[in-house]
Design a binder for this molecule. Structure first.
Ligand code: NAD
Length: 246
């Protein structure tokens, strides 16, 4: 049975992707941040995945740390034997206008959103090379495509993910490993729940479909990108934003 590892899968989009890929028949490695709260939520996600008749196991790791990723990838291989799909989903925001943003807030977001992807790729790509097969999906954002006031750290990290995606697609294409990115717009998750009504209204105004996206609508595109149906799709960025910019 094919195995999918999803980072930051204890809630929001990551949890939804885990459940969708379980429904698709993947065995699921549910990564969660090493905190008691995230662990409890990840256990619940794994239980919901198992309801689709697949194996699901939780793996604690702070993906901004190389040694955590190394240990986790080894544990996933020991548990499941392979890693067929990797979804780099973990992410944080620390929003402030440039004038008010501290260096610590900049560095923290780059570490979790961008460096984590390097950490995961360094450890998972050799596994996929040996398998001669792999599907990688990186979760970027419309902020990485168009920029967003108050998100210089976040938009930098999400733009970098696009460059990393295309580079990996070029480096590993001949090894039958595809690497694509999704760029969600305004999606209803705990990350966006905290935005003020004013900001939400302004953002929705720019959306052609005049509504939020649901995490399931991101998971559906990821499901395609890890499936055999996308076998000749690589290095692409798929915007899932209800028509934010056309
Ligand atoms: P969320 O805050 O609900 O979930 C983020 C997950 O990442 C959480 O489970 C969190 O514990 C985990 N995480 C954070 N730091 C981690 C670390 N160091 N190690 C391991 N896990 C860590 O947010 P979400 O909305 O579900 O976002 C998921 C992804 O989608 C993120 O990369 C986010 O940037 C991206 N995204 C979200 C939206 C949106 O509107 N919600 C839009 C565009 C992109």
């Amino acid at each position: 049975m094919a195995v999918a590892l999803i980072t930051g899968a204890s809630q929001g989009i990551g949890a939804c992707i885990a459940k969708r890929l379980a429904k698709d028949g993947f065995s699921i490695a549910v990564n969660h941040y090493p905190s008691e709260g995230d662990k409890a939520k990840a256990i619940e996600v794994a239980r919901e995945c198992e309801a689709f008749g697949v194996k699901a196991v939780c793996f604690s790791a702070d993906v901004s740390k190389m040694e955590d990723c190394e240990t986790m990838v080894k544990a996933v291989r020991d548990e499941f034997g392979s890693i067929d799909a990797l979804v780099n989903n973990a992410g944080i925001t620390k929003d402030k206008l440039l004038a008010r943003m501290g260096e610590d807030e900049y560095d923290a977001v780059i570490a979790v959103n961008q460096k984590s992807i390097f950490n995961m790729l360094k450890n998972v790509c050799p596994v996929m090379m040996r398998q001669k097969h792999g599907r990688i999906v990186n979760v970027s954002s419309v902020a990485g495509l168009y920029g967003n006031p108050g998100q210089i750290n976040y938009s930098a990290s999400k733009a970098a993910i696009i460059g990393m995606t295309k580079t990996v697609a070029k480096e590993y294409g001949r090894k039958n490993i595809t690497c694509n990115a999704v760029a969600p717009g305004l999606i209803r998750t705990p990350m966006t729940d905290v935005l003020s009504d004013d900001i939400k209204a302004k953002m929705l105004d720019a959306v052609a479909m005049k509504r939020y996206g649901e995490p399931e609508e991101i998971a559906a595109v990821v499901s395609f990108l890890v499936s055999e149906d996308s076998s000749y799709v690589t290095g692409q960025v798929i915007e899932i934003s209800g028509g934010l910019s056309m």
